[in-house]
Ligand binder design. Sequence first.
Ligand code: PPY
Length: 341
Amino acid sequence: MIEVLLREWDGETAVIRYDRPTEAWIIIAIHSTRLGPAAGGTRMRHYPEAESALQDALRLAAGMTLKFATSGMPFGGGKAVIAVPPGITQKSRLALLRRYGALIHQLGGLYYTGPDLGTSSADMDIIAETGAPYVFSRTPATGGAGSSGPYTALGVFTGIQIACEHLWQDRALDGRRVLVQGTGSVGAALIDHLRLAGAEVLFSEVEDSAIRHFRDELGFEFVASEAVYTTECDVFAPCALGGVLNASTIPHLKCQAVVGGANNLLAAQGDAERLYANGILYTPDYVVNVGGALAVTGLETQDWTQERAAAEVVQTVQRSLSQVFDLAEKESITTAAAAYH
Ligand code: PPY
């Protein structure tokens, strides 16, 4: 129920439009503008019903507030979801993105967008035709910062190093078994960092062509979907779906730490305690996956060079994750509670 979702949400504003030509729902969730205009990516996919799209947008926007607070950048949290019918044609998709850009423009800077699952930098170029200047992560050809995935992956990689240092007093990843779930723009770049660092990389993926690429061409060990939550590893790095840490998966996990790139990894608040009780070190998602948002806003609003952006991502994740571990230990609270504080 829309009323219940909005009443129980602690955010500011939700903008909802039904796009009649495509029968898509456009939802822009503005969770907080306390630290600056709301910013966050646009997720585009099919949902079984509009209500689950709204729920996704509200939760993701709240995560962005925490992410930007962690980043130190003067932005608040927002997120957009475009719930499209299955099999939308490329032509109507582009027209939809242009109407969506016009809506962002009408909001006049209340919300800045960028890419998320289902949208790319090329899509940001299209949205910016009508939505500029409120669009991050356009392609470099049009003056944007390009994909945020590699910077997110760099931050997650740094998070894995810090987690290993915390657990084993050694941040070297030589021989550590790391299971990466999802080989999209974040997962693929993370796998590359891990390989270069000498880690033993396992991966899970649902798309056949990606499975063939990472298993048959690159030689990584493939873990089937049904075995992801029971496979023994040092670090589990979920870089695909949200909500994968829940009451049914956590009891089966055979990892020492979870360090992931996906947003909203915990299905419910109690899952942080569940991980803690199972002796699994959890690095809060928005602390370690801040890299994309931090780098892209730095590159596009602060004139950072790519080198500066990369250095800021590494330092920010190192500093905030160390603070989180210290506070959690000092106060005997979960890392999730420590990060929130
Ligand atoms: C995220 O980190 O989940 C994002 O939405 C990334 C982002 C945020 C703001 C601008 C561009 C990308």
